[in-house]
Design a protein. Structure first.
Length: 188
């Protein structure tokens, strides 16, 4: 009798423990990705734009100098995963690997989320409605950084949830730009 009960309960206990371990691993990866994305978007708001068409789309209009910039969600510049437009290679290398400037090391995304590549990141700049034409630091834009779904690996839970049609929410971090110029000396 005890052996029968043990044979019934044992697989249920193994499944429950496995799901707890898998959920813990999933949360660990999620937190690593979140920290990396926060760091990455912070770097993007104080660096040169990573998209090749940024200066064309957000060009300064001499005739409207000093006028407020309208928020127009239709104007956006994007590059990276799923856009078909490559981001600036130098900027992406700095973003992923970090950089060494003036003896100070700025950690890259890979320091927080090992295995992340430039091909898993999408960067979007969008007019925010802040700032004015002719602003010395350039237009104030909303910078959105997204991570492609395949960068976060949920081996068991992910496949199980996806088989039931339950998807994970998009992983996006957003910030408002500052001066969009890479600093010549040590960056903070």
């Amino acid at each position: 009798m005890a052996l029968t009960e043990g044979l019934i309960v044992f697989p249920i206990m193994v499944l429950a423990i496995s799901l707890c371990v898998e959920f813990g691993y999933m949360m660990y990866q999620w937190n690593l990705a979140a920290k990396a994305m926060q760091l990455g978007v912070r770097k993007l708001v104080v660096s040169e734009p990573a998209t090749p068409d940024f200066n064309t789309l957000f060009a300064f209009d001499d005739t409207q100098s000093g006028q407020l910039i309208d928020a127009n969600a239709g104007v956006q510049s994007a590059c990276g995963a799923g856009t078909g437009i490559a981001c600036d290679a130098t900027m992406m290398t700095r973003l992923i690997s970090g950089n060494l400037t003036g003896g100070q090391r700025w950690p890259g995304l890979a320091n927080y989320f090992p295995g992340i590549t430039a091909g898993q990141i999408r960067i979007i700049y969008e007019l925010s409605g802040l700032g004015y034409q002719g602003r010395p630091g350039g237009p104030v834009v909303t910078v959105r950084m997204e991570i492609a779904r395949d960068a976060i690996d949920f081996p068991v839970i992910g496949r199980l949830l996806e088989s039931f049609g339950i998807g994970f929410p998009p992983f996006t971090v957003t910030a408002t730009s500052e001066d969009l110029r890479s600093c010549p000396g040590p960056c903070s």
